[in-house]
Design a protein around this ligand. Structure first.
Ligand code: SF4
Length: 488
């Protein structure tokens, strides 16, 4: 059979699709683990945002797949549904499967509503073995009920097989990056790829849906396999690697050894981007040094919040001290920090939001990764916020990407929350401030910023904002962001 696997074109407004275009690792891993007698191709639709439907149609007409798999996160699910309907509108006989977190967590709701109409299969949980077995079932080599993790059509509805046990990572083959039909993955103008070294996390953050996918588990790949994967990504043109692990700092000693292994294997010629917890980084001054040697250049640091009030509510204790230490260790080693900040806690007032941005600014955080709390389906946080009457958008998942306010606080409406996020982000813009670590890592980019980009944007902002109120400019910006994922 011919298999086409697609990721969705939607991006979060915080990330410019021009500077950050990442491949989807899940579909590459699926491709690496299907039977060798099938043909497979990968289409990351984020590379075709401006010509989505004609590009997809052409890819399908050229390749003539028998089955198409769509991978979608919560905010992308509506696009996946529309793409599936689009495929069926001109190639009815192609089977379409959907997978990913959203489909896994909400398969019953999807199957019993119009959302499920354009799909033939729902792949729940980790997809590699389920997709493999699905192909066997289509070929008549396996009974349909013998595919754990699959929901499939019967008598007009969906039948849900029992869930599949967690994947033994030792049994997974390497991702197939060579089957991508388009090119152009990049970060900062250089080739970008994704690699995972572990799956899952044993922490209990109640806003996170990870536990619903894997339970509270942490599984790791062997270092030998990780090094092979890095070599493969390098061969496919990567200069930057993002580790997609849920929590790579969960086992600090292992992470230190991983950094050593990267150096030993000579893969420290790559530059790496990772997500890390403040407690993990703060627990060992040696870790940041080893990260630097391994080539880790950017850390998305889960600072979450620095307001004393919120830390108390979250029962986070001396988290602020750990945050300060983690920033110090990373910056001492010239590692750039994208500070993750979560706004919109139940008790938030304007002063709490301002306090977070001021802290980030004073600490010379290089980029801000601020998000408004999102009541993701099936999370504990959603239940609490709904009970407190603080969820203002419970059903339109297209806005579940951390950028939009889908909640209010006890003191701020969701419109006020959205506005304050915009106001303080603008006030403390990291684009108009050069941090020492940014300068050390991106000297040339900094010069381009100083002499070309900043003067251009200052002038442009002055002209388009002339005579307009702050609220007018806010509304204009929100309209621009609201339109970025309109494809239909
Ligand atoms: S540490 Fe990260 S991955 Fe783990 S539960 Fe919390 S948010 Fe989720």
């Amino acid at each position: 059979m011919k298999v086409l696997l697609c990721s969705m074109p939607d991006t979060v407004p915080q990330f410019s699709a021009k500077t950050w275009r990442a491949p989807n690792l899940a579909i590459s891993s699926l491709a690496g683990n299907i039977q060798p007698h099938h043909e497979v191709a990968l289409a990351d639709l984020v590379l075709k945002r401006t010509t989505l439907l004609p590009s997809l149609k052409k890819a399908i007409e050229d390749y003539q797949p028998d089955i198409i798999g769509l991978s979608a996160m919560t905010f992308q699910f509506d696009t996946a549904r529309k793409i599936a309907a689009f495929i069926k509108s001109f190639q009815k006989e192609i089977k379409v499967a959907v997978g990913g977190y959203h489909a896994t967590l909400l398969y019953e709701e999807i199957a019993s509503s119009e959302d499920g109409n354009p799909f033939d299969y729902i792949i729940r949980g980790e997809g590699e073995e389920t997709f493999h077995d699905l192909l066997d079932a289509i070929e008549g080599k396996r009974d349909w009920q013998d595919v754990p993790g699959l929901s499939y059509r019967q008598n007009g509805g969906f039948l849900h097989n029992p869930p599949r046990p967690l994947q033994d990572l030792d049994n997974l083959k390497l991702p197939r990056r060579d089957t991508r039909i388009w090119k152009g993955y990049l970060f900062s103008g250089k080739g970008l790829d994704m690699v995972e070294t572990s799956r899952g996390c044993t922490m209990t953050c109640n806003f996170c849906s990870m536990n619903r996918m894997y339970g509270r588990t942490f599984r790791t790949y062997r270092f030998e396999r990780i090094m092979q994967d890095l070599a493969n990504a390098k061969k496919c043109g990567a200069k930057y690697i993002t580790f997609s692990d849920d929590n790579i700092t969960l086992n600090v000693k292992r992470f230190e050894s991983l950094c050593d292994a990267i150096v030993e294997a000579g893969h420290n010629d790559l530059r790496y981007i990772v997500q890390a917890s403040t407690s993990g980084i703060a627990s060992s001054p040696a870790l940041a040094q080893k990260m630097k040697h391994a080539g880790i250049q950017i850390v998305f640091l889960g600072i979450e919040n620095v307001s004393e009030k919120n830390l108390k509510i979250m029962n986070k204790g001396n988290m602020l001290e750990k945050t300060k230490k983690a920033i110090e260790f990373l910056h001492q080693n010239n590692i750039l920090i994208v500070g993750g900040m979560i706004l919109g806690h139940a008790e938030d007032k304007e002063e709490d939001i301002a306090q977070n941005f001021e802290f980030f600014d004073k600490a010379n955080i290089d980029f801000f990764g601020e998000q408004i709390i999102t009541p993701y389906p099936k999370t504990g946080m959603r239940d609490i916020l709904i009970k407190e009457g603080l969820v203002t958008n419970a059903a339109d998942y297209r806005k579940y990407n951390g950028f939009w306010a889908n909640v209010k606080t006890k003191h701020l409406s969701s419109e006020e929350l959205q506005f304050l996020r915009w106001k303080y982000k603008r006030k403390y813009s990291t684009f108009f401030k050069t941090t020492p670590v940014f300068k050390a890592n991106f000297a040339m980019v900094n010069l381009v910023r100083i002499f070309i980009l900043r003067p251009y944007y200052r002038l442009k902002n002055f002209i388009i904002s002339f005579g307009k109120s702050e609220h007018d400019i806010f509304k204009r910006d929100m309209k621009k962001f609201a339109d970025i994922n309109k494809f239909f």
